[in-house]
Design a protein around this ligand. Structure first.
Ligand code: GLY
Ligand code: MN
Ligand code: MN
Length: 429
């Protein structure tokens, strides 16, 4: 791993919180992610299962975590199964975690080889009343590919037809939505690396530069600061493509007079950061570009104090919609009379601002959590208003990452330049 070791107390505390949510005499099983194939003998970079990582910190393939708090034998209350190394693996891949190292990472004393997991589970399952397995329930999850957890669940249910099964994911969403101090420290590091990337490209952007050259500069800065890489595919979208919300081709020349919208974030220790900045390719906004930019910035600033504890996230989204409505009227894009008569279910501002303002952020960039919940201290949200004017080849979005606290929001990206004047100054320095 490129990241520095994480205090195992994080994972010890996470398991303690998880255990409190379980039914009596139940056992939970979590599997690592698969190493996904590409073609021939190629594989994608390994990305750990976030729930397994959250509960034990092991960032290695072929890992199984078993939690059985009511087990009679103390050694069965938390068990970690990791891949055994071999001379062959040592030659081709290098070291795998030893039992001592796995304990050091996770704080779990009972560490075994994964080849022994079936035998252990067979015995434990006979003792318990309920088994929690893990199935992705993210509202926008793609289910085309079977995960290791899915495969395990299918086989497990076949072998144990009578047993009561629950989905651990419901609990995981609830727990992961509230971040602890150690998690916030990882996320702050991810944001700080993103800042370094942004400051680097501000000096690099000029007419004639290619979008992929900007992406390459970011990648360089991220890796040299211990990021695993990008937390998601970067959007480096100049001119009209700033209005294409998921543009990721990043293959055009940036032209004088255009604004370039850049949505990127470093991933550090499996935690995502998620930022957007929109800057003038020439280093100077036109008056119209600046007006739209400042309108977006006012909506962003206006949204922060609306993120209050106890408010439903969907109500917050509706409130931000009203701020945006006002700005769009000010810019001459919407007509105040028509707005008064609009269908409330389908407000007119959606023509220029068609996505949500905020999403949960954490181990996933669109992190687990539910928009029907009230806002809680410890939630981390993005705040990312945007105005997209296709007929003007202009799209502007700004995005920062915010921690909710009892005393208001803390902007984890508060040091990253955002004022139009500061951006121009840095680009021309
Ligand atoms: N970068 C993805 C998003 O902003 O939601
Ligand atoms: Mn983003
Ligand atoms: Mn986002």
């Amino acid at each position: 791993m490129k990241y520095l070791p994480i205090d195992s107390q994080l994972f010890i505390d996470n398991r303690e919180r998880f255990v409190k949510e379980l039914k009596p005499n139940s056992l939970a099983i979590f599997n690592s992610n698969d190493i996904m194939p590409t073609n021939a003998d190629g594989v994608m970079p390994f990305r750990q299962n976030n729930d397994l990582f959250y509960l034990c910190g092991v960032d290695q393939e072929e890992t199984v975590l078993v939690i059985y708090p009511d087990a009679k034998d103390e050694n069965h209350r938390e068990m970690l199964f990791v891949k055994e190394t071999s001379d062959e693996i040592a030659i081709w891949e290098g070291a795998k975690l030893t039992h001592e190292q796995a304990f050091g990472v996770s704080g779990i004393k009972a560490v075994h080889w994964v080849s022994d997991s079936d035998a252990h589970l067979k015995a434990l399952v006979k003792e318990c009343d309920t088994v929690y397995l893990n199935k992705n329930i993210h509202s926008r999850a793609t289910m085309d590919v079977e995960t290791r957890d899915d495969r395990f669940a299918k086989e497990f249910k076949e072998k144990n037809p009578g047993i009561a099964i629950e989905n651990a994911a419901e609990i995981m969403h609830k727990l992961r939505a509230v971040k602890s101090d150690i998690e916030i420290a990882q996320m702050q590091t991810a944001c700080d690396i993103t800042e370094k990337g942004f400051r680097r490209i501000l000096k690099f952007i000029k007419p004639g530069v290619m979008e992929y050259e900007i992406e390459a500069e970011l990648s360089h800065e991220f890796l040299r600061n211990r990021a695993t890489g990008f937390a998601y595919s970067s959007i480096i979208a100049s001119g009209f493509d700033a209005c294409v919300l998921h543009y990721v081709d990043n293959n055009k020349e940036c032209k004088d007079g255009e604004v370039i919208l850049m949505d990127f974030g470093a991933e550090y220790a499996n935690y995502a950061s998620d930022m957007t900045r929109s800057v003038p390719v020439s280093g100077k906004f036109t008056q119209r570009q600046r007006d739209v930019y400042n309108a977006v910035l006012r909506v962003m600033r206006g949204a922060y104090p609306l993120l209050t504890i106890g408010k439903l996230i969907k109500d917050y989204h509706a409130e931000v919609g009203l701020l945006m409505e006002e700005e769009l009227i000010g810019l001459g894009l919407l007509n105040a009379d028509e707005v008064k008569k609009q269908d409330k279910e389908n407000p007119l501002y959606k023509k220029y601002f068609m996505h949500g303002t905020s999403h949960f952020l954490g181990l996933d960039v669109h992190d687990v959590g539910n928009f029907d919940w009230p806002i809680q201290a410890g939630n981390v949200f993005t705040c990312e208003p945007g105005i997209y004017i296709r007929e003007e080849n202009l799209g502007i979005r700004l995005e920062n990452d915010l921690l909710i606290t009892e005393n208001g929001v803390i902007d984890l990206m508060g040091n990253i330049p955002i004022e139009a004047g500061e951006i121009e100054e840095l680009m021309n320095s």
